[in-house]
Design a protein around this ligand. Structure first.
Ligand SMILES: [Zn+2]
Length: 154
């Protein structure tokens, strides 16, 4: 026997109450929703739904800013340093600095951290992860979507 309001199993005989004109068998917790105060039924059901649909807290991820290479170059030139000088200051190879400034490679978080500290700037921004996922999903059709499209054309 299940409670007709919350769906929990009823231990014992349960309680018969009148909800919106019809008799239902409910558990001890839900008996207050019936008969005398039928308007409480809706509130009870809504509460259950809300609990299930609670969204996850938004998580943030750190991403390099779009023109990180230009910022690094600008900061380096402002100080009159060559790529070689900058490389020595953060104990990396000159070739790495060159590649970073040309956007040929994405620097490791460790290197980004060293550059941020050296120049006292931010090269990363916080982006909510949920947003990124939603964008990717809408752009990439799933295999199921592709199959349906092909079938419709025939
Ligand atoms: Zn119940």
């Amino acid at each position: 026997m299940e409670c007709e309001i919350c769906g929990r199993e009823i231990k014992g005989r349960g309680f018969k109450v009148i909800v919106e004109g019809s008799e239902v068998t409910v558990c001890a917790r839900c008996k207050g929703y019936g008969a005398a105060k039928p308007e409480k039924v809706d509130q009870g059901v809504k509460k259950l739904i809300l609990k299930k649909r609670q969204p996850k807290p938004i998580e943030f991820t750190e991403e390099l800013v779009e023109d990180y290479n230009l910022i690094i170059k600008r900061e380096r030139e402002k100080r009159g340093w060559s790529q070689e000088v900058l490389a020595k200051k953060i104990q990396e190879k000159e070739s790495l600095i060159k590649k970073i400034e040309n956007k040929e490679i994405t620097p490791e978080p460790e290197v980004v951290g060293k550059l941020e500290k050296l120049f006292n700037i931010k090269l990363r921004e916080r982006i909510p992860e949920v947003k990124i996922n939603a964008r990717r999903e809408s752009l990439t059709p799933t295999l199921g979507d592709v199959v349906i499209i092909k079938k419709k054309k025939k």
